[in-house]
Design a protein around this ligand. Structure first.
Ligand code: ATP
Length: 189
């Protein structure tokens, strides 16, 4: 399979607009060209497979899901500790991997960023920022144990982002977003 021409790794605090930017990239580049991949996506499927569980029931809002939730989180952490690349590999071993542009919509840890930079020199690391007041307007509520955990703060100290997008509103986003889009398009030409 041909290697992607650009691997855009998105990071940002909750409600900064990671999904919004991922969708905008896909909209502008076209879904034949651009695939969105989520590092959090394979967790449930892999957990169900390894524990011989019903995947569909794990996805719905059933007691079944609640029953396994805590164990699933523990299992995910254990897996990542054994092999920090595990979920990065799984998320990208999908049929959309033949697309020219990959958007990884939810990098959370240094090991995620390291993985893509090490394996794909065409990685473009992007930090998305929005003011706390704007994030709150979008529904963000600080949750102890979540927002102060490694999974939310692991990339706060990174300084060498290829792009920083300020996303307090669409107009502000547009200018830097266009520069990002131009860089991706250069990789495609
Ligand atoms: N530039 C923007 N203009 C208008 N709405 C926006 C913009 N950016 C984000 N939003 C809206 O803010 C909300 C949160 O954005 P989004 O889901 O993309 O954040 P996220 O960083 O992916 O959040 P989480 O980490 O919680 O998944 C969504 O409803 C989204 O549509």
């Amino acid at each position: 399979m041909a290697a992607p021409r650009a691997v855009v790794v998105l990071s940002g605090k909750r409600k900064s607009g990671k999904d919004f930017v991922a969708n905008l990239l896909q909209e502008r580049l076209g879904c034949q060209v651009c695939a969105i991949m989520r590092l959090s996506a394979p967790l449930k499927g892999q957990y169900a497979k390894e524990h011989n569980l019903d995947f569909d029931r794990l996805l719905d809002a059933s007691d079944y899901k609640e029953h396994y939730r805590v164990d699933m989180i523990r299992w995910g952490e254990e897996r990542r500790n054994q092999d920090p690349s595990f979920f990065c590999r799984l998320a990208t071993e999908v049929k959309e991997a033949d697309h020219l542009v990959w958007v990884i919509s939810d990098a959370r840890r240094l090991t995620d960023l390291d993985y893509f930079r090490k394996h794909y020199r065409q990685t473009i690391a992007v930090r998305i920022q929005a003011d706390d007041t704007v994030r709150a307007e979008r529904g963000f509520v600080f949750t102890p144990g979540v927002d102060d955990a490694e999974s939310e703060c692991g990339l706060d100290t990174v300084k060498d982002w290829d792009f920083c997008l300020n996303n307090n509103n669409q107009q502000q986003l547009e200018e830097q977003f266009t520069l990002l889009l131009n860089t991706i398009q250069l990789n495609l030409s």
